[in-house]
Design a protein around this ligand. Structure first.
Ligand code: GUN
Length: 295
């Protein structure tokens, strides 16, 4: 059994990006610049955003963190995005989700200039992904593809079972795994909350991607011997014995499933780190696309 270590795979992506940024600097050009917007102070969002900013600095990107109050009017956020859309010095814009309930998330996603949509959530980006056109791939599915590539996990002809149909992970993941590409060419089944025979379908999976957000949902009796198991879950579960008062749990019961799997991602230290790698790659791509437009 191999542990698909996100630390190793993401470091390899970041090392390559660092070299590319150094080359950009050597030519006397400015660094790629990511703008991250956080609304309110959701604990998990704070952690993700801090990690995104830190990773930008590590590889030589510039980042700007925009903090807005939890109670702000939707228009304030739209104005901020408009300003960033029109700022030539900004290459990528990311609005951390979820947003407070007075704000229409879809409206916000659609207000981001598709050329700066490094999250890949805009319908234009999603539509391009479906049609196999070059675009920004949502960071988590992108990161998982980079993970498969790093560990050279063979996917061709395999049955991949994706649990979860979100626009952020499940749906784009199913498209990537079924695409005609080196780490695609899977036969894909998407399962969701209305799937009656989920256990039987999971048992057929050569590759399982668990992205439903239910701690330890995937148990050993749902997994075929030798399956590759990708755990996208990162839920905070209260635990008074933990220093922070909570523990991070994945969607997979790690110990029992690891005993059957041929490869598995740990939580933490797996897919979460790859999400950042995917985001950083998208940001460099946005920069390159835009610099070509500008030059
Ligand atoms: N919230 C959870 N995952 C994500 C993500 O990939 N991007 C953004 N913007 N918000 C998220």
């Amino acid at each position: 059994m191999i542990v698909l270590d996100g630390k190793i795979a993401s470091q390899s992506v970041k090392d390559s990006l660092k070299i590319q940024v150094a080359e950009i600097h050597a030519k006397g050009k400015r660094a790629p610049h990511l703008a991250v917007i956080i609304v309110g102070n959701n604990g998990a969002s704070e952690t993700y955003v801090a990690s995104k900013v830190k990773n930008c600095a590590e590889i030589g990107f510039t980042s700007t963190l925009v903090r807005l109050e939890n109670t702000i009017d939707e228009n304030i956020l739209l104005q901020k995005i408009d300003a960033l859309n029109n700022d030539d010095g900004i290459d990528g814009i990311l609005v951390q989700l979820p947003l407070p309930k007075q704000i229409n998330e879809q409206k916000i996603i659609e207000s981001i200039d598709p050329a700066k949509d490094v999250d890949g959530f805009h319908p234009i980006s999603a539509g391009k992904l479906v049609q196999g056109l070059p675009t920004f791939i949502p960071a988590t599915p992108y990161g998982i593809m980079l993970m498969l590539e790093h560990f050279n996990i063979s996917t061709k002809g395999k049955h991949a079972v994706v649990i979860g149909r979100s626009n952020i992970v499940g749906r784009p993941m199913s498209i990537l795994l079924s695409s005609n590409s080196k780490y695609g060419n899977c036969t894909v089944t998407i399962c969701h909350s209305q799937t009656p025979n989920l256990k039987e379908i999971c048992l057929q999976g050569d590759i399982i991607v668990a992205a439903l957000g239910k701690p330890e949902f995937v148990k050993a009796d749902m997994v075929k011997d030798g399956a590759v198991v990708i755990d996208v879950g990162i839920t905070r579960v209260e635990d008074a014995t933990a220093k922070k008062g909570f523990r991070i749990k994945g969607d997979v019961a790690y110990n029992e499933v690891a005993a059957k799997a041929s490869a598995i991602t740990p939580v933490p230290g797996g897919v979460g780190l790859m999400t950042i790698a995917g985001l950083l790659k998208n940001t460099l791509q946005a920069y390159r696309n835009r610099m070509l437009d500008v030059e």
